[in-house]
Design a protein around this ligand. Structure first.
Ligand code: ATP
Length: 333
């Protein structure tokens, strides 16, 4: 659906900045793709190149195989209609009602009046706001405002929805309901979603794949499970530890105190629920001491990750037994 080939971005000015170093990236149709990074990492810049709100300084942007890097005029307008966008601070028109906000892009596209009212009604139903059609943005909660933003972005039936920190201004419960709505839109409309965030929780809940940006460099990308269960880059590792509320120094101190062979076991899917630890311990005579652990879900897939110290018995045999049961075993040093 979307392909970036060596796209980079320099901002001119008194102190020129390379906000984005050359990025190669493919985003498939119907995917929910997340980009995570700290403040200033280049997330907004990357997202805004996808609908050419920022022109790349170099490289190529392809939409369904067509090079649109230099699109302008009618081509640019057509591109923007295919790619909707929602924002952290919603960007609603405060002097217009909910229904008028949603109608706005339809009017710009020249939708006939009768179709327009039907479509607005349908869109407000889709985001659960039919009862609020005549309210003004100031009368809505943050979550409701973002739903208006989503309805407006969907008005012209885009193929892609770009989400610029769309839940960063919302409390956790409202964040969950907006993410659930995005998940439904992805499944039911086949909408391709690209979102940027600094919160791993957002990625974990809705994304299929993720890219990690660090100081303008794309340092890691892959399926959410692969990237977050086995992070390769220091920045990714920090995001994972932060999300799990693990203090890196305390973790190191705990590991230094542990005796025996310390391993991290990663269970995915059904293996998460198998009573494997006890079975392997009995069969091999190994004792295990659990140092850290978490059982959770990445999108719809359950996973478990346990850091354990193995001692006594046949440790090599225990490690083989875990691996044979489909559990990934990594030594922790
Ligand atoms: N219009 C601009 N002119 C000059 N520099 C810019 C401009 N926009 C962004 N930058 C710089 O480019 C770098 C990347 O900014 P960008 O907004 O893409 O990062 P971000 O990851 O989205 O950060 P945040 O989460 O804080 O919004 C930063 O150093 C920023 O100061």
């Amino acid at each position: 659906m979307i392909e970036l080939q060596g796209v980079y971005k320099d901002y001119a000015g008194a102190a020129p900045v390379r906000a984005l170093h050359p990025v190669d990236l493919s985003i498939g149709r119907g995917e929910v793709f997340g980009v995570i990074g700290h403040s200033g990492a280049g997330k907004s810049t990357l997202l805004r190149t996808l609908n050419l709100l920022e022109r790349p300084s170099g490289g190529r942007l392809l939409i369904e195989g067509r090079d649109v890097t230099s699109a302008d005029g009618d081509d640019l307008r057509a591109l923007r209609r295919r790619i909707g966008m929602i924002f952290q601070h919603f960007n609603l028109l405060s002097s217009k009602t909910v229904a008028q906000n949603v109608a706005f892009p339809l009017k710009l596209a020249g939708t006939p009046r009768a179709d327009l009212e039907r479509r607005v009604h349908e869109l407000l139903g889709r985001v659960g706001l039919q009862a609020h059609a005549d309210k003004y943005p100031a009368q809505l909660s943050g979550g409701q405002k973002q739903r208006v933003g989503i309805a407006r972005a969907l008005a012209n039936r885009p193929d892609v929805l770009l989400c610029d920190e769309a839940t960063s201004a919302l409390d956790p419960e409202t964040t969950a309901s907006v993410l659930q709505l995005l998940g439904e839109l992805n499944r039911e409309l086949g909408l391709t979603i690209v979102l940027i965030t600094h919160e791993m929780e957002v990625i974990r809940r809705v994304c299929d794949r993720v890219a990690v940006l660090d100081a303008g460099w794309l340092v890691e990308s892959g399926t959410v499970a692969d990237v977050f269960l086995h992070p390769q880059h220091a920045t990714t590792r920090r995001f994972v530890l932060e999300a799990e509320h693990v203090d890196e120094r305390e973790l190191r101190a705990d590991l230094a105190r542990a005796s025996g062979r310390v391993v991290r076991l990663t269970f995915r899917g059904e293996a998460t629920y198998a009573p494997l630890l006890g079975r392997v311990a009995r069969a091999t005579g190994v004792d295990y001491n659990i140092l850290a652990g978490r059982i959770d879900r990445i999108k719809d897939t359950p996973y478990g990750q346990l850091t354990i110290a193995l001692s006594g018995g046949d440790i090599a045999q225990a490690v083989r037994a875990f691996a044979e049961a489909g559990v990934r075993v990594e030594d922790v040093t």
